[in-house]
Design a binder for this molecule. Structure first.
Ligand code: GAP
Length: 500
């Protein structure tokens, strides 16, 4: 299967089986916005629940936060997002494509480049004067680079800012620059932004959380939720979208210990991804080059995955220094420091040290991880059917704890008391909160195939023997092996396998 085939197969399976749909599809769709269907939401939630369990519930010193998506605009001034959270945009003067300079195909300055001119429809050869060419037509006829801020802007309050601006501008004869100035002035008081990352709320609430729970450094604050970026380049299905979900944790530590904690968290995060994978070798760490580092970081590793288009980012684990806490302290006038009674102040040599904690930030994308685990799980296996004919089985080998449906409860036939017993078993699963589906549609082989394709790890079948001796079969999705177990043990058996 070729790489682009695999992506196409995943996209098609996502739509066919209800994992992911294009947003607003009946109106032609909205570019780079996606809806997670009945199975997609289960898979994404399971990934997020596993992250929360590993990052918060299994640790003594990490607590959670669920902050407002809309925050005070001063947050984004202090964090630097207003001034520098932008992409370098370029227009191709040949084919009119708008693209990101930093994501465009790389060429050597001074090399000869050939592309098709849209005007003459003939091949043109020119000398590249930049390190990149147009990603669509390969042309070197490019506009200047402009910085484009990625934050979505909106307006808060009961006054309609557009009417206000219209009143102010009515009847005036102004230059473009003057109109722009008035617009910015009138809109500024009601301007708010959709958060482009979940991280900032953890810095802004640092003191409240530390004091209310008397937390001792080192400790972490974790948050999962939606983030929004007006991405110019949207690519690879849900890999990069304008609305996505993040799972971020800010780990506050003593200055000087950041290297040791960065080492700890980069390894812990890599291991976490591998736990749920069929191909752990497809995950790796890559240290950022110094010129790649964000303005707030002194070191950073990406957890990368070997996607069909090559190695690319899945999560960033950054050493953010004390940049954010210091910036928010300066801009708000609040004290965002920590007093450690046990530590010795390195400047005075006395016991008791007040400092601004350093921060290690594992920042993951839940929607990107959803794509990664779909790719990791997709298999087409060739076998033979009951008549010896070759057939291909499509199976999603999702980790059982990530699988949308944990158990399918299947009566072999719709008669002789089989549906009743199957429904009784299903009820026990529902009551225990273990996601199960009763399914009596079509022949048993087709039902197994359907559940293989959506990644259901266990199929429990009620057959003739079940009514005689109180046993059912449990079929394993990956090995297709079946074993007989007592009806009473069905729920426990599945729960034990899920925890294994
Ligand atoms: N607080 C740091 C931060 O937000 P980032 O590298 O910009 O860092 C972290 O984002 C993670 O969020 C990425 O590794 C990726 O998994 C996810 N992510 C970022 N932008 C995304 C987008 N447009 N669509 C989907 N996921 C995205």
């Amino acid at each position: 299967m070729s790489e682009s085939d695999l992506m196409q197969k995943i996209i098609s399976l996502c739509k066919r089986r209800g994992f992911v749909f294009q947003s607003s599809e009946i109106y032609g769709g909205l570019k780079s916005c996606y809806d997670y269907g009945p199975l997609g939401i289960e898979l994404k939630r399971n990934i997020m629940n596993e992250w929360w369990r590993a990052m918060v519930h299994e640790r003594e010193n990490i607590v959670g936060l669920d902050a407002s998506i809309i925050m005070h605009p001063k947050v984004w001034e202090a964090s630097g997002h207003l001034s520098s959270f932008s992409d370098p945009l370029v227009d191709c003067l040949n084919c009119k494509e708008r693209f990101r300079a930093d994501k465009a195909p790389v060429v050597e300055v001074g090399s000869e480049v050939t592309y098709k001119s849209q005007a003459t429809k003939k091949e043109v050869t020119s000398t590249a004067d930049r390190k990149y060419v147009c990603p669509v037509c390969g042309s070197t006829e490019l506009s200047a680079e402009r910085n484009f801020n990625l934050m979505f802007r909106s307006f808060m309050g009961s006054v309609d800012p557009v009417s206000q601006v219209a009143d102010k501008l009515a009847g005036q004869s102004l230059s473009g620059e003057e109109v722009r100035k008035i617009l910015e002035e009138e809109l500024k008081p009601s301007t708010v932004y959709l958060r482009p990352e979940t991280a900032q709320a953890m810095f802004v609430q640092f003191a409240n959380i530390q004091k209310s729970l008397s937390l001792k450094v080192p400790f972490g604050i974790a948050q999962m939720g939606k983030s929004f970026r007006n991405e110019v380049t949207v690519e690879h299905f849900i890999f990069r979208s304008c609305e996505f979900e993040q799972m971020e944790m800010e780990f506050f530590c003593q200055p000087g210990t950041q290297k040791e904690w960065l080492d700890h968290w980069k390894d812990a995060r890599l291991d976490w991804y591998k736990t749920y994978s069929n191909s752990p070798e497809k995950f790796r760490l890559r240290q950022h080059d110094p010129d790649e580092l964000a303005h707030y970081a002194d070191n950073c590793y990406d957890v990368e995955y070997d996607y069909p288009w090559g190695w690319d980012e899945l999560e960033g684990v950054a050493s953010r220094t004390d940049y954010d806490l210091k910036k928010h302290a300066q801009n708000s006038g609040e004290k965002l420091t920590y007093f450690d009674q046990q530590a010795t102040d390195p400047e005075t040599g006395k016991q008791g040290w007040r400092y601004t904690p350093y921060v290690i930030e594992p920042a993951a994308g839940a929607t990107r991880a959803t794509l990664c685990y779909l790719l990791d799980a997709y298999r087409e296996e060739t076998g033979v059917d009951a008549n010896g004919k070759e057939k291909v089985r499509t199976v999603l080998k999702l980790h059982p704890r990530l699988a949308p449906i944990k158990a399918a409860i299947l009566p072999l036939m719709k008669k002789n008391g089989m549906p009743e017993l199957a429904r009784e078993i299903a009820k026990k699963f529902f009551k225990a909160g273990v996601m199960a589906k009763y399914d009596d549609n079509t022949a048993i082989g087709k039902r197994y195939a359907r559940h293989d394709e959506i990644g259901t790890p266990y199929c429990l079948t009620v057959d003739h023997q079940s009514l005689e001796d109180g046993t059912i079969t449990i079929r394993d999705r990956d090995t297709m092996e079946q074993k007989r177990i007592n009806v009473e043990d069905a729920l426990k058996e599945v729960q034990q396998r899920l925890e294994a």
